[in-house]
Design a protein around this ligand. Structure first.
Ligand code: ATP
Ligand code: MG
Length: 637
């Protein structure tokens, strides 16, 4: 079938389409009603059906592939590598499930998971799914304040954590951060289960804290059956990255999510049972939920879980080829990463890409932020496989825009994440009139018309009102879901994301997307990374200001070279986009402020430039990056 026909059917006959997709997973009781949209914008998929995510990810495969690899855990931080078969994974998950049950966890209870990228984190997620408990995974890189706000919001019965994480060889003790977070939160979890990796000492709180090894030993050979859940029950909550403000607690269902992932593994990722999937994300992000843990396992694939930097070998020495070495060793067929990681690798010797046999690899998927053309070309030339940009959000749970090579081979276009995926009615609307922009290359807000497809968020956790008001009421007179991203569609239906709706600047009455200016600057050969923000200006309203990480670090300490490069960058923008878009200043920095998920924190840079308080910085990767900008601009902390 052509993709166009496949897509059309998903929109015109959603019930028939998704009833078909629902057959990709196991049901205890098949769904009674495929789609219930009687209370928009809320949608219920597969009502009356009962199933379980853990059953579909693990138990279901025991009959055919019990001894095939299911989880491959590689840590270049501890220099460890271990493979679990589906049978072993089944055992590990039941042990943790039995332990959680012994701590009183049952259906609907929340379990907050604050863990590094170790296999036990995946066991715990699957154990929650098995019991029908709602997991809330908090990225292990967050500190006490971010963690406390999530404990407060999720009110978990149990917290599962570990002694420490490690990043580039630097051990980060989690236990003190967790203790402090629990102290800050008014909600106190009844129990804390702690995996001890032997990286940092842990003080235990009597009666509350349990060391996992002795505690779970009692449940060594436990048999814990899957709890059959309604398709519409809650599987988990997860927070958005907090790039634009206070993170939102995204809530997801069970049945719709399982079907959405199974379908995406087949139609989009084209991953096949028995093969290996390698996503370099983290379980703390939605990509980690969908495409490290659940998606590949539901598809019967082995999933490679990686702890460490992309530039560090198993011997803990610098090695920019480690990911490619793993692709060769584990015969990875599908890989998923982010542009930010590729930009890191781009600074490495390109010969590293040629050192390994990468013939198993069929495609590299990249998501999370705009994929600029130079980065896309660099990795595309290096790997010689399709580089597939895909656009989505924590809210959607799976790609909104990309190409579905499992349905029909469709070429990707540099700069475009692709075309709408089946089930998604994607439209471009005029920002103020709400009118649909149907013409080619007309810029507007990217929105999704309901009913949203399976896998899409059900609501904001505990806050239906925030869900409706935040996402569905931003376009006047219309109940549509706003992505809060700008976009255009070309004459062939390919979409281009032009940045976030709050990343637009107004120079002397002209509206410019900071993203377009960044694209122009990143095309300069001497530029490694760039962020452009709009800064208030008495004369012009706003002016563009650029912060550039030069490819050659020497520019940072050489005023002459910096001045010359600033001139070149300004000229390039003026030549390509016009004089209005030319940044008023180009500042050179060693590192840009990003969220822990690798996204540019333009909102924080802009605040600093305007001498305002940058607001919630709990999700920032490196506070020193903002400090450097403050110093450059001579503004006070
Ligand atoms: P918050 O909503 O809390 O501000 P966030 O939007 O960064 O945080 P995520 O859900 O992790 O949280 O990110 C989704 C956003 O990332 C998209 O709305 C879009 O702006 C950007 N994005 C993701 N993938 C792509 C892509 N392939 N191309 C361009 N932008 C992308
Ligand atoms: Mg967002």
């Amino acid at each position: 079938m052509s993709y166009a026909a496949f897509y059309r059917r998903s929109i015109e006959a959603p019930e028939a389409f998704w009833a078909e997709q629902a057959k990709l997973i196991d049901w205890q009781i098949p769904p009674r009603q495929i789609l219930d949209e009687s209370r928009p914008p809320f949608v219920q998929w597969f009502a009356g059906g009962t199933t379980n995510l853990c059953h579909n990810a693990v138990d279901r495969h025991l009959a055919q592939r019990a001894d095939q690899p299911a989880l491959i855990a590689v840590s270049t931080e501890t220099g460890t590598e271990r493979t679990y078969s589906f049978r072993e994974l089944h055992g590990e998950v039941q042990r943790v499930a039995a332990g959680l049950a012994a701590l009183g966890v049952g259906k609907g209870d929340r379990v907050l998971i604050y863990m590094p990228m170790i296999p036990e984190a995946a066991f715990t997620m699957l154990a929650c799914a098995r019991l029908g408990a709602i997991h809330c995974v908090v990225f292990g890189g967050f500190a006490s304040v971010s963690l406390a706000s999530r404990i407060e919001d999720a009110t978990p019965k149990v917290v599962v954590s570990a002694d420490a994480g490690s990043r580039g060889g630097k051990v980060i003790a989690y236990k003190p951060l967790l203790d402090e977070a629990i102290r800050l939160s008014t909600h106190k979890p009844g129990a804390v289960l702690l995996f001890d990796r032997g990286l940092a000492p842990m003080g235990l709180v009597e009666g509350r804290d349990h060391l996992a090894a002795p505690f779970l030993e009692k449940h060594r050979d436990a048999r814990v059956p899957c709890t059959w859940l309604d398709a519409t029950d809650i599987s988990y909550t997860i927070y958005t990255s907090g790039t634009t403000g206070r993170p939102k607690g995204v809530q997801r269902d069970v049945g719709g999510y399982a079907v959405a992932l199974a379908a995406s593994m087949k139609h989009i990722f084209d991953g096949r049972a028995g093969e290996t999937y390698f996503s370099t994300s983290d379980i703390g992000w939605v990509v980690g939920h969908s495409y490290i843990v659940y998606g590949p396992l539901i598809a019967g694939m082995a999933t490679l879980m990686y702890e460490g930097l992309p530039t560090q070998g198993l011997n803990r020495q610098p090695d920019g080829g480690i990911w490619w070495q793993l692709v060769e060793k584990y015969q990875v067929t599908v890989m998923f990463s982010a542009p930010t990681a590729v930009r890191v690798l781009k600074k490495q010797d390109p010969a590293l890409l040629k050192k390994y046999d990468l013939s198993s690899l069929r495609a590299l998927f990249l998501a999370g932020e705009p994929l600029d053309e130079p980065t896309a070309r660099w990795i595309s030339d290096g790997l010689g496989v399709p580089i597939i940009d895909n656009y989505w959000q924590t809210e959607s749970g799976w790609p909104i825009l990309t190409v579905a090579n499992g349905v029909e081979r469709t070429p990707s276009r540099f700069g475009s994440p692709g075309i709408p995926m089946y089930g998604y009615k994607v439209k471009i609307l005029h920002e103020s009139t709400g009118e649909e922009l149907k013409g080619a290359n007309e810029k507007g807000v990217v929105v999704i018309e309901g009913p949203t497809p399976p896998g899409f968020m059900q609501t904001v956790w505990k806050d239906d009102e925030r869900f409706v008001n935040t996402y569905w009421k931003s376009v006047p007179g219309k109940l549509v879901y706003s992505t809060f991203d700008w976009g255009i569609r070309d004459e062939d239906g390919y979409y281009y994301i032009l940045g976030r709706t709050d990343d637009v600047i107004n120079v002397a009455g002209h509206r410019l997307g900071t993203r377009e200016i960044e694209e122009s600057i990143s095309g300069h050969a001497k530029v490694a990374e760039v962020a452009v923000v709009g800064v208030a200006d008495a004369l012009k309203g706003q002016v563009a200001m650029a912060f550039v990480v030069p490819r050659d670090g020497a520019v940072l300490g050489d005023a002459q070279a910096a001045l010359a490069l600033e001139g070149e960058v300004m000229k390039q923008v003026a030549d390509q986009l016009g004089a209005l878009a030319r940044p008023s200043r180009v500042h050179f920095v060693g590192v840009l402020p990003k969220t822990r998920s690798g996204k540019l924190l333009r909102r924080a840079i802009q605040a600093v430039c305007e001498g305002r308080d940058p607001g919630d910085l709990t999700t920032i990767e490196d506070p020193a990056a903002l400090r450097q900008i403050r110093q450059l601009l001579g503004v006070q902390e």
